[in-house]
Design a protein around this ligand. Structure first.
Ligand code: AOF
Ligand code: ZN
Length: 401
């Protein structure tokens, strides 16, 4: 058996902890994905673990259990622990939630040095874990590879800090920027491989959101073809609660929940019909709009996101159509608080043409180039000829330059 080499730097140990943490994504939300690695004074691996599922043991506890498994002798263990360092991607918790405080486990282990990438902003921790370890005389340092961990846990951080879920937007379009032809035909613009990526994405979402027009026109089921770690609630933004009980969404309500987000003024009989067939309905205020007629009023998407956040939803995916994405992008820049967080765009090497063909993001839009939000950093993958462009969306100052 080959003996594993020691890690060559502290960064390398933390990188390993981040790689472990990543394996929890999709399984742990609304908790953060966390990894922990215990090394000796020469950075030889002593134990490692990650937070594997919501409600389960935390990363530190799993890493310390792995250490115990590898060293059954308690005396040898305590000698090793005295010179060991625990690398953990998130500040150890100091509260009793579904599991006891990790700070207690760290102190009981005899480890004297802890390296943390990122403080936990949750109200129940928020510096308390680090303070407790320091008070007990542990050498704690914070900030190693913090940016990487922030990126990994951007959805957890957004929910913890704002109460809003992390919003992904997705569309598939032609090279000339259309999501449907002039007759509304859209199946399929992107290829098999792109669509498989979308199904993977759906499998780690808490909600998939579409507009009533898309639900009517495409009659999608919005389920994940290959089940992922999570089952997304299918949300229809439907001001009149007009979703048909014959729709694929309603017919599959036993497989995944359906939530209709409607207006407070929506017809009571429509709401009752939907509730009878097992659809959850939430009534929202209308979006304040200067010159819109009452019959074209729309539910306030920010209020919807607040409601989804209140339900502990961490990642949501807005799949369109053009009107819904337009309202979202319009709000995004007006609100001063970012609503769109990450974009997934599939570009098929095809042309639809036509002045009446549909573009992905409707709404009012922006006036000046310096105002535009953009993906940064940008990732590009070629999927059997389709181009998949994705990454976090960064807002520019809405006032522009
Ligand atoms: C850690 N290590 O691996 C994770 C932490 O209900 P519980 O007991 O699972 O606690 C959840 C909270 O603990 C969560 O909101 C976050 O603040 C922290 N997550 N902390 O020390 C971990 N997953
Ligand atoms: Zn913990």
């Amino acid at each position: 058996m080959s003996i594993p080499l020691p890690f060559s730097s502290d960064e390398d140990v933390m990188r390993r902890a981040i790689a472990l943490a990543r394996q929890g994504l999709g399984f742990v939300e609304p908790n953060p994905a966390v990894g922990a690695v215990l090394v000796d004074a020469r950075r030889n691996l002593l134990g490692e673990g990650w937070h594997e599922r919501f409600g389960g043991p935390h990363a530190e506890v799993n890493a310390l259990a792995d250490f115990k498994n590898r060293n059954s002798d308690a005396k040898a263990r305590s000698e090793l622990a005295a010179t060991a360092t625990l690398f953990v991607t998130l500040e150890p918790c100091c509260h009793t939630g579904k599991t006891p405080p990790c700070t207690d486990a760290v102190l009981a282990s005899g480890v004297r040095r802890v390296v943390v990438a990122l403080g936990d902003p949750s109200l129940h921790v928020s510096g308390g874990g680090i303070a407790q370890l320091k008070r007990a005389g542990i050498d704690v340092s914070v900030g190693l590879l913090e940016a990487e961990v922030r990126q990994l846990n951007a959805p957890f951080l957004k929910l913890a800090q704002t109460g809003l879920p992390y919003v992904h937007v997705k569309w598939a379009m032609t090279l000339d920027g259309n999501i449907a032809t002039r007759t509304g035909s859209s199946q399929w613009i992107s290829n098999e491989k792109s669509r498989a990526v979308v199904h993977e994405l759906r499998g780690r979402m808490d909600a998939i959101i579409v507009g009533a027009g898309t639900a009517r026109a495409d009659d999608p089921s919005l389920t994940a073809r290959s089940p992922g770690p999570r089952t997304a609630t299918r949300v229809v933004v439907d001001s009149q609660a007009a979703l048909s009980v014959e729709s694929q969404l309603v017919k599959t309500v036993a497989d995944a929940p359906v939530l209709v987000a409607t207006l407070e003024s929506a017809p009571e009989d429509r709401i009752a019909i939907l509730q009878t067939v097992g659809v959850d309905v939430v009534r929202l205020p209308a979006l304040a709009s200067g010159n819109r007629l009452p019959e074209s009023a729309r539910p306030d998407l920010r209020a919807l996101l607040i409601e989804l956040g209140r339900r502990g939803m961490t990642n949501v995916l807005v799949e369109g159509g053009s009107d819904l994405l337009g309202s979202l992008f319009d709000l995004d820049l007006k609100e001063g608080q970012q609503l769109v967080d990450e974009a997934h765009i599939f570009v098929a090497p095809k042309f639809a043409g036509g002045a009446k063909a549909v573009s992905p993001v409707g709404g009012i839009g922006l006036e000046h180039i310096p105002q535009l939000s953009q993906i940064d950093p940008l990732q590009i993958e070629v999927l059997d000829g389709d181009v998949y462009i994705h990454g976090p969306v960064v807002n520019r100052d809405p006032a522009g330059l």
